[in-house]
Design a binder for this molecule. Structure first.
Ligand code: AMP
Ligand code: MG
Length: 426
């Protein structure tokens, strides 16, 4: 049986929609979401950033045969003695060109990296460790090498039958290589989540329109589109909608029909919320929360239902930085969960604050920071100047979010704070 959002929130201790702790709101959202659970098959080359729909089991060993890790000579370790050893070269093994005959005592095979270990051999000596070599024989000094050295064993990378990648994994470049090494040409991934979004506000103008007095260009749709693209969702841009319940309802219905999730920006602050609340109550179950966070206090969350089709709903605040903060700290994980993607917790770095930071206990604050490392590799962070939630350029200037936890108070210069870097390697 599925619970309503209200039933879920009422079952969570400490849930207070008028002053909602970030972690509690996140928990309520997580508990509410049921993954869409639809998959499709894609060719390997198109699988980057897609979510695995089922576990991948290795059909073969990788590598599939014992092979040489070095350019050198393969031989029988039993030939090694206390003193110098001379071995006769009886053939060559190159990558893709195995040496097939049995190697006997006193013999060796010239071998290149990646070539299969010839039958009978169990050791490779790198060419640079050989004392002397000519076309007929090599000389190995006493204690130059141990039996079993420089082999890459069959299955040492991936063992046939083992689970290699798990369902829910967001596929990375190395994953694609791993799948290729197993000979997997196509695979089942979760269908891309469809996310419709639009901006609300009478003051908004779209690029290309004249900027009338008292108006601003709609930037939220561009940030949102980009954040959705980065996460690999299918973004559906429904434009700008006026602050008018009739227009809003029409677009929400349209959005719900087309998408798995709907994101709006603007129009959820106290005054606006009143007239949207009544309209949304006809469209499903949407709750209006005041999150104890900055930026991004007001947020609506719930589920729309139009003609039997449901869609997860996020009504984000209008301020451009608040949009990014609420997207990253609420919507992004929720959308991944809805898509069936398993996400890892966002890595956090402890960094020394070079600034005094004013912080009121009782809310989580996300401040824009610039993270650097000193000559000893220690992390330090400074804030980008003004932290107003309308100052979007501060997000471009920043390379991390400084996260000040709910109960934290003012930060002194030299004190350690948590920072979430924007960018990683992959
Ligand atoms: P609201 O939450 O609708 O009261 O909007 C809060 C502030 O964010 C106002 O200053 C709006 O002009 C601004 N804002 C709302 N939506 C957008 C948008 N799409 N692009 C840029 N600024 C916006
Ligand atoms: Mg507005």
């Amino acid at each position: 049986m599925t619970n309503t959002l209200r039933q879920i929130t009422e079952s969570i201790a400490g849930f207070d929609s008028e002053s909602l702790r970030v972690e509690i709101a996140q928990r309520a959202i997580t508990q509410f979401i049921k993954p869409v659970n639809q998959s499709e098959r894609v060719p390997l080359k198109q699988a980057l950033g897609r979510t695995l729909a089922s576990d991948i089991t290795a059909p073969i060993n990788v590598p599939s045969y014992d092979n040489s890790a070095m350019d050198g000579y393969a031989f029988r370790g039993a030939d090694l003695t206390q003193g110098e050893v001379i071995l006769k070269i009886i053939g060559k093994a190159f990558a893709g060109h195995p040496y097939h005959q049995q190697v006997q005592a006193g013999e060796c095979v010239r071998i290149m990296t990646g070539a299969p270990i010839p039958p009978g051999c169990d050791t490779v000596i790198p060419q640079e460790l050989v004392t002397e070599a000519n076309l007929q024989s090599i000389t190995i000094a006493a204690n130059a090498i141990q039996t079993g050295s420089n082999l890459r064993r069959a299955g040492e990378d991936l063992l046939a039958g083992a689970t290699v990648l798990h369902q829910g994994r967001l596929l990375t470049p190395s994953d694609l290589g791993v799948l290729a090494s197993l000979g997997i040409a196509e695979l089942a991934v979760m269908r891309k989540l469809r996310v419709a979004f639009f901006s609300t506000g009478d003051e908004l103008r779209s690029i290309g329109q004249p900027l009338d007095h008292g108006c601003v260009y709609d930037s939220n749709r561009y940030t949102l589109q980009a954040m959705l693209d980065r996460a690999g969702f299918e973004a559906i841009d429904l434009g700008v909608v006026r602050d008018d319940p009739v227009a809003l309802e029409k677009t929400l219905r349209e959005a719900c029909k087309q998408a798995d999730a709907v994101i709006t920006t603007g129009g959820v602050s106290a005054g606006d919320a009143d007239h949207t609340r009544a309209m949304m109550s006809r469209l499903g179950e949407v709750l209006f929360w005041k999150i104890a966070m900055r930026p991004g206090r007001p947020m609506a969350f719930g589920q729309l239902a139009v003609d039997g089709k449901t869609g997860l709903f996020f009504g984000l605040p209008g301020n451009p930085v608040a949009v990014m903060a609420t997207f990253y700290f609420f919507a992004r994980d929720a959308l991944f969960r809805l898509q069936g993607t398993t996400t890892a917790p966002t890595p956090t770095i402890q960094a020394v604050s070079t600034d005094i930071i004013k912080k009121r206990p009782g809310r989580t604050e996300y401040q824009r920071g610039v993270l650097t490392f000193d000559m000893h590799g220690s992390a330090r962070v400074r804030l980008t100047g003004a932290q107003g939630s309308g100052i979007l350029s501060s997000m471009s200037e920043a390379n991390c979010m400084v996260v000040l936890a709910h109960d934290e108070a003012d930060i002194q210069a030299g004190q350690s704070v948590s920072a979430i870097p924007f960018a990683g390697l992959l």
